[in-house]
Write a protein that binds this ligand. Sequence first.
Ligand code: ADP
Length: 708
Amino acid sequence: MRQLRGLLPATPVIVHGIPKEAPFSLESIYEAGALAVLHDPVSRPILKAKATFFLEAYANAGARRRTQDALEDARARLESIIGLAEVAAWTLDVQSGSVQADARMLALFGLPAEDAGGAPVDAFFAAIHPDDVPPTRALLAQAIDSGEPYHATFRVRSAGGAWRWVLARGQCERSGAQRLMRGVVVDATMQKQAEERLRASEERYRTLFDAIDSGICVIEMLYDAAGRPNDYRFLEVNRAFARDTGLEDAVGRTMRSLRPEHEQHWFDTFARVAETEEAAHFVNEAAQLDRWYDVYAARVGPPGSRKVVVLSTDITAQRRVDLELRRLNDDLAEQDRRKTEFLATLAHELRNPLAPIRNGLQLLRRAGHDAAAATRVQDIMERQLDHLVHLVDDLLDVARITRGQVELKPAWIELADVLNAAVETSTPLIETNRHRLDVRLPAEPLALYGDATRLTQVVSNLLNNAAKYTPRGGSIVLAAERDGDQALIAVSDNGIGIPADALDDVFTMFTQVSQESQAVPGGLGIGLSLVKSLVELHGGTISAASAGPNLGSVFTVRLPLGAAAPLRPRAADVAAHSAGGLRVLVVDDNRDAAETLAALLAMMGHEAAVANDGHAALRMLAGLRPQVVFLDIGMPGMSGYEVAQAVRRNPDWDGVRLVALTGWGGSADRARTAAAGFDEHLTKPATLVAIESVLGRLPAAASPVERQ
Ligand code: ADP
């Protein structure tokens, strides 16, 4: 029995086969470890009942032990977890208000270790921050009443005096007659600090986000079924965003839902930014928003994130200023160009009258004894001087008007007087060009309050233009009538007309429409701007009309009714002839210039004839057979170049020396005259010395053109 026990300590042993009269006591067998002793003969039912009882009892004891072990194990594990998690545990007896706390809990609340057996709940509340006591008490009471879980966050004064944030959790349960709430407390200071840091960081981010004076948005790209970017959703926007884009309440909405026509390039660009590491910086227009933006876009989040942060600065105003500056710059450049052109023309125009004047002086010196010749020359010089004075006066007027220095000397005047005076002034030019002038004065006297001299200047300027810009033999009409309380003065011609797109410009200073078509030199492009200023100074208006090129022009002046004085008429033409030396033809549309040069040549002993235009010159060549032709370049109808080319094309005129007379003396101008077939190039006004040296350079055998 003893041996068996040693081998199978947990197995119940039943002993049988002991005779009734056994030679040893039964106790010794029980002592050796038997559970039961059965005498022979063994009764089967007794054996079965005993065996069943012992087997069940043993099995139950094993199960109990295993459960016990598992419980022990779980408790140990829980404790070590609680220890590791730094969790404090407590149990509140709801009836008595006494709290059983573990060592960690007592330490956390600064209570002595002796209170482990139980301390009043108020002893724990005494350690809680006064601000947190009422809400915590309320939460506890509510959890006890409702049986719901207790859940509170509060500050506890630690042993060092510092406040620590803790989280408390618990739940009520019934334990026999008692109601207990078991719970834990976790130190949440670290968590709270992290939360606080996060909150501060979030607040900084938000402040910055909203304070930036450029629109910022975070968007999420959206793609169509084919994977093409076709829209984006606003996830976040700052305050400036709505102001800079006009898109209100954009968060959560998509761009296409707000502006369906937003340009595709925006989606493409932002999608590229979302798909690559690269940020984008560019300037572009959002036509749907009617604005221009300077945009910076970068991906937010890891690769594959479809989010993009977009910082856009509205530069619409700045761009407008830029464009305005560029336009002003262009305007200035254009004005500068016109001025430069004007100066070139001015130099040219001033030099034109100088040529006959200089020639005249030289003539006077040589022909001092010939009184008739001297008178003719003086007439020419006087007329040219008048022209010069006129140009300079116009220039001064323009300067004064520009500076607002022109003062009218108004008086009550009769319109007809003004018109007559103007006609008188313009008659010489009109007659020179063989125009017919039809003057239709108003039926009734019309009184104006104005400056007679200035108004005469206005009308004669218009008449002169009509004469200048109408081919020879044209027809000019000056008509005036009353139109309500206005005097209406119209100057019309059947001349070269004005292209529709130039009508508005003719009144702008230094404007000249198509310079080649000018019939008469002498324009500076300031006459009409002067006229307009003078009319406006009188409270009137002026307009130009033309049915188009070569269909004539009409200039209409309207003056408030209520202003006039006559000017002097001018001297007549001069012609000169001479004999001897070379046969010379002088061709110039400026009659005075032509005549004086011819006279000079005559005095030098040459035979000089004059033609006033290219066609006449070509016609005269056959009869005259000149050896030298002085040819003006800038002539109406047929230019000097064209005449020279015609001469050079015809072998009959081989050997004729062609001398160009022009105001332009640059190397390009000389090259051009040479190319057209000229032998010499003289800059106006040509001096006697220059003329002599040109003639001196002619081949000795200057006796040409005898071929036919
Ligand atoms: P300009 O000194 O060149 O004559 P204006 O200011 O008087 O300057 O005239 C400006 C331009 O208007 C002229 O160069 C010419 O092209 C055009 N113009 C003026 N009057 C007429 C007209 N009656 N017929 C055709 N063109 C004209």
